[in-house]
Design a protein around this ligand. Structure first.
Ligand SMILES: [Zn+2]
Length: 169
C-alpha cells in the first residue's frame, strides 16, 4: 500500500532508525527504510507521538478490540509484509526488530498483527513464501495461517471469539 499523506509532524521523526524514500522521482509515495543496521530483537521506536483515532483509516493502527491510533510519525511509512522485519507491539507500545535489518532495507510489519478488519484492503506483493495476497484484516484469515508469527493480544482475542462461535479452531 502506498501512502500519499502530507506529514503534519516534524521529519525525520526517527532519524537514527527511519530514512524515508520515494518509489520514484517526483512521486509522493513514500516508504520507510532502515537508516542503520539493526540487530534482531531490538526496540527501535515507540508510539509516544500517537493520538487516539476517532475512526479507523488507512493510516491508523488498531491497539485493542475497539480502539485505533494515529501514529503521527514516520512509522506511518512502514509497509506491510507477510514476512516482516519489525513488529508493532501495541501492548508494550513499542516497535521491535524480529531479525537483523540491514541499512537501507525497507521497514515492514505485518498489518494483520494489528488490524482485524481494515479500512482499505490491498494486494500484497511482498514475495515471501507465506504471502497471503489480499490483505483485508486478520478477520479474513484462518488463525493457523498466522501461526508462528507475532500477533497482538487483541487480535488473538478476536480470533478466539471468532473460532469459538464458528466451532473450529
Ligand atoms: Zn505478502
Amino acid at each position: 500500500m502506498t501512502i500519499e499523506q502530507v506529514p503534519h509532524w516534524h521529519q525525520p521523526s526517527h532519524p537514527g532508525f527511519i530514512t524515508i524514500k520515494t518509489y520514484k522521482e517526483g512521486s509522493f509515495s513514500k516508504y520507510a527504510t532502515a537508516s542503520n543496521s539493526v540487530p534482531a530483537n531490538t526496540v527501535v521506536a515507540d508510539f509516544s507521538a500517537a493520538t487516539p483515532a476517532s475512526e479507523k483509516a488507512y493510516s491508523s493502527v488498531q491497539v485493542s478490540e475497539t480502539d485505533h491510533i494515529e501514529l503521527n510519525s514516520d512509522l506511518l511509512y512502514a509497509n506491510h509484509s507477510c514476512n516482516p522485519n519489525v513488529v508493532f507491539d501495541t501492548d508494550k507500545g513499542e516497535v521491535r526488530s524480529v531479525r537483523e535489518i540491514r541499512e537501507g532495507e525497507p521497514i515492514t510489519f505485518n498489518y494483520l498483527s494489528t488490524e482485524w478488519d481494515m479500512a482499505q484492503a490491498f494486494k500484497c506483493e511482498c514475495g515471501s513464501d507465506n504471502c497471503l495476497g489480499d490483505i483485508k484484516g486478520a478477520k479474513y484469515v484462518p488463525t493457523k495461517a498466522l501461526g508462528g508469527q507475532f500477533i497482538n493480544s487483541h487480535i488473538r482475542r478476536l480470533q478466539e471469539k471468532r473460532d469459538a462461535s464458528s466451532g473450529k479452531a
